[in-house]
Design a protein around this ligand. Structure first.
Ligand code: FO1
Length: 314
């Protein structure tokens, strides 16, 4: 029965968190382990900010801002306004007042010697989240965006400050050769009955995770099905720069390109019903509604994906 299986999910930002929310309604929380991109992390005003970890934490805790998909609902920006008005600090990265509490506590714990894995476990426990949330690694592994006209940009400078407008020439996952697979991530993967790759941006959110030495090999050797869900629907991304980046990297904006990107590590691919039926070579594939407009869509996609994978062994 699909519902009793252990599921590990490689995941990035807002798009991935939607599927995570569906999975939480479809599977007992204790069976879920999320392995989260930290390539977007940075230090800002002395605080350690982990956007993808926080987006997932807030989503699973039912606290996320439903409009933006990141940050907290019912938050204010009095601190940011005061910084701008009194201290002339440009408020380009919107940190809400309540959200600041998370960054303060995490930074305090990291400064006190806890690892990011430990700090994340403490935060999630206190937020009442029963699913496991692991940063992809404990080392800092910042994504660097090489742009055509503006040189190298840090991820948030590219994504937020420059509103992902600079043309991308290449992406680098700095320090990746020094990153280590944590025991928690290793154990979540080897004990999973199913590994999912969320419909997150493959180049910005999933590639940093895959750049950790040993992770690709581990995934390719697992007996469990490894299944990716398309982030491309009808030639475009639902939100964010996935399609734009694909074009800038000279790639065809279609689900097959994404499946090819995961070649060697996935055994199945969930395509969208709106996409032209494609030949995914030796991969198992299915077309489902991957557009998640509301909670019912999220749960339906989670259930249909797990049922489809469950049917492989029937
Ligand atoms: N995204 C924005 O587009 N603008 C922001 O000002 C912004 C602030 C922010 C603060 C905390 C946080 O956890 C996330 C925040 N994000 C913001 C989202 C985030 O930077 C991106 O969505 C991800 O890094 C991409 O996955």
């Amino acid at each position: 029965m699909a519902l009793a299986r252990s599921i590990a999910v490689l995941i990035g930002g807002v798009g991935g968190a939607k599927l995570a929310s569906g999975l939480l309604d479809a599977v007992p929380a204790e069976r879920l382990a999320f392995i989260v991109n930290t390539g977007d992390d940075f230090r800002h005003l002395g605080l350690k900010i982990c956007p993808d970890l926080d987006t997932l934490m807030y989503t699973l805790a039912g606290l996320v801002n439903p409009v933006s998909g990141w940050g907290l609902k019912d938050d204010s920006i009095a601190a940011l306004d005061f910084l701008a008005q009194c201290y002339q600090v440009e408020p380009w990265f919107r940190l809400g007042d309540k959200d600041l509490a998370t960054h303060l506590l995490r930074t305090h714990w990291l400064n006190g010697g806890r690892s990011l894995t430990e700090a994340t476990a403490c935060l999630t426990k206190r937020l009442g989240i029963r699913a496991a949330i692991f940063p992809m690694c404990d080392e800092e592994l910042p994504t660097i965006v090489e742009t055509l006209a503006d040189g190298e940009l840090g991820f948030q400078e590219y994504f937020v400050k420059r509103a992902w407008q600079p043309v991308v020439r290449a992406l680098r996952y700095e320090n990746c050769e020094r990153a280590k697979l944590s025991p928690q991530v290793h154990s979540a993967l080897v004990n999973a009955d199913i590994v999912l790759i969320a419909p997150s941006n493959p180049w910005l959110s999933i590639a940093p995770i895959l750049s950790i030495p040993g992770l690709r090999d581990l995934l390719s050797q697992l007996m469990a099905p490894v299944v990716a869900v398309t982030p491309i629907i009808a030639g475009d991304a639902v939100k964010g720069p996935t399609a734009k980046i694909m074009r800038e990297l000279g790639l065809d904006v279609c689900a097959r390109t994404v499946a090819r990107f995961y070649q060697g590590i996935i055994s199945g691919f969930v395509d969208d019903i709106r996409n032209d039926p494609a030949d995914f070579a030796d991969l198992r594939s299915v077309q489902l509604n991957t557009l998640m407009n509301d909670q019912a869509d999220k749960v339906a996609l989670a259930r249909a994906t797990l049922d489809w994978i469950g049917s492989w062994s029937a």
